[in-house]
Design a protein. Structure first.
Length: 291
């Protein structure tokens, strides 16, 4: 119970005898940066005893001591923002951020993360879920967000996630509006039962950030239409009632957060807009029909 409450499951699962374990070395590196509080020589008889008797429902991070690393990096990022007060661009802030990290005692920890592709991917996914607020996303949507973040970073001349985790902090600050648009589209898609495989998702190759947002909306409309048509027009489809009910749930979640229909007309192709209107008409009919 105590391991779960303090998010220590990852540490408890580490083999302490394996000196080559990336997770073991990561924990040791983080602990080495912790400076103990000075001992005052005084103790108190009024110690507070805290009893944790509730069950914790949150999913523990896949990276040991993720919160500690994240808090330290976030503090350094704020210092980088303060340094670049004039002519502030994402790239200039990234350079200042990288310089601060390189001269901080957290630098060995960041290098350990960079030297392990598994830890790098896990840290990026944790940051996207917890910091960027894509809280309920799972595969393949979380991989799609990582692809989107890499595109945003490349447009600013910043190395991708696999080359530098620091870009995540820059992207979250400078591309917040784009990430919010992705959140609007992808969180409802995460509710789809029988989700797609990562290999089924297309490669997005926009020329500019605005076009990337359009491509995400277009992808969302395409996936919803594919699921709708496979259920509505195929009488032999298995679990038809369950799949259609799930589609209605996803469309309802999406429709409540989408921009206006006039704005959607600018984001979708004429064919997609026509398909979207068909889905909207069916959805409105279903929620107003009397049993």
């Amino acid at each position: 119970m105590i391991w779960s409450f303090f998010n220590l499951e990852q540490i408890a699962s580490i083999d302490s005898t394996d000196n080559t374990s990336p997770k073991r070395n990561l924990v040791a590196s983080v602990i080495a940066t912790v400076k103990p509080a000075p001992f005052t020589g005084r103790t108190s008889d009024n110690a507070v005893v805290v009893v944790y008797n509730q069950e914790r429902q949150a999913t523990p991070p896949r990276v040991p001591l993720f919160q500690i690393i994240d808090i330290r990096l976030a503090a350094l990022f704020e210092q980088a923002l303060a340094r670049v007060s004039k002519d502030r661009t994402a790239y200039r802030v990234f350079l200042a951020f990288r310089e601060l990290v390189d001269h901080d005692d957290l630098s060995p920890t960041i290098k350990l993360l960079a030297n392990s592709s598994d830890l790098t991917a896990s840290f990026a996914q944790e940051y996207i879920i917890r910091r960027m607020q894509f809280s309920s996303l799972k595969s393949p949507w979380i991989e799609l967000v990582m692809q989107l973040v890499n595109i945003l970073l490349a447009s600013a001349g910043i190395p991708g996630i696999q080359d530098s985790l620091l870009g995540l902090y820059v992207c979250w600050r400078f591309d917040y509006q784009s990430l919010a648009a992705f959140n609007t589209c992808l969180l409802p898609l995460g509710l789809l039962c029988e989700p797609l495989q990562a290999s089924q998702l297309p490669e997005l190759q926009p020329r500019e950030t605005a076009e990337l947002v359009e491509q995400v909306y277009s992808l969302t409309a395409t996936l919803l239409w594919q699921r709708f048509s496979s259920v509505a027009f195929d009488a032999a489809a298995q679990n038809r009632t369950k799949l259609f009910s799930n589609w209605c749930e996803v469309f309802r979640s999406l429709w409540s957060t989408l921009p206006s229909r006039r704005h959607m007309l600018k984001l979708l192709s004429p064919q997609q807009y026509f398909q979207f209107d068909i889905m909207l008409a069916v959805y409105l009919f279903m929620i107003n029909i009397k049993p």
